[in-house]
Design a protein around this ligand. Sequence first.
Ligand SMILES: Nc1ncnc2c1ncn2[C@@H]1O[C@H](COP(=O)(O)OP(=O)(O)OP(=O)(O)O)[C@@H](O)[C@H]1O
Length: 252
Amino acid sequence: MIELKNVTKVYSGGVKAVDNLSLSVEKGEIFGFLGPNGAGKTTTIKMIVGLLKPTSGQIKVFGKELSKEPEAIKQRIGYVADEPLVMEKLRGYEYLNFIADVFGVPSDVRRERLERLLADFKLKDAIKDPVSSYSHGMKQKLTLIAALLHAPDLWILDEPIVGLDPESAYILKKMMRKHADSGKTVFFSTHVMEVAEKVCDRIGIIGKGKLLFVGTVEELKKARGEESLEKLFLEVTESEMEATDFSYLDAD
Ligand SMILES: Nc1ncnc2c1ncn2[C@@H]1O[C@H](COP(=O)(O)OP(=O)(O)OP(=O)(O)O)[C@@H](O)[C@H]1O
């Protein structure tokens, strides 16, 4: 479904954000992409959705080479960025209709899907309001709905859970499971270990642009011992947090 082969991205300033990364994500799975801040998750995701070009390496999605058939691939992807960027001057429904037009969603299908998605994410009441009046979480839900409107085969979600209220997070996790169980694919990044542990079929851990682990959480635990995923994550990414002395924060 997604295949990255020796993918490297060096930004113009010289930062090597992704370093010779090879990874396969299978059809029908929820794949969680984990890594500390600045590890290269967003850069990888932006390359998979065709927003950034790799410096070297090859990316295939749906068995097609991204550099050769970008449009055909993008039509089948639903992408949510880590920062909800919505045209603020539009009203919610204007934005969603604009996106549905871009993806050519027929009006009857659009109406039905919108009805369901707006109800599920409790955004029905706000849909007539200008996006500029939305909270961060509401904008996030709007971009999620926009990404799912054309019923994409592949969902690519950059930090989709943080910022959502518990009910919306629960609904999204359920939707992700249903999507994968119907033979489709979900690739998402997260910092939240609990989400990764509960929701993902497999995880990939990235640190300083390099892939440090790929497999199931059980495999990770087997390889490293029965620790909490959080502790394993810190170990794998060689975090120094365990050894840090925080006593300087205490009052005398
Ligand atoms: N446009 C850019 N130009 C130069 N360097 C960049 C650019 N975008 C990201 N970087 C650098 O590339 C590295 C990887 O960043 P990236 O945003 O991919 O990490 P991330 O894992 O998504 O982090 P976070 O969890 O904080 O969102 C970082 O060192 C970052 O400073």
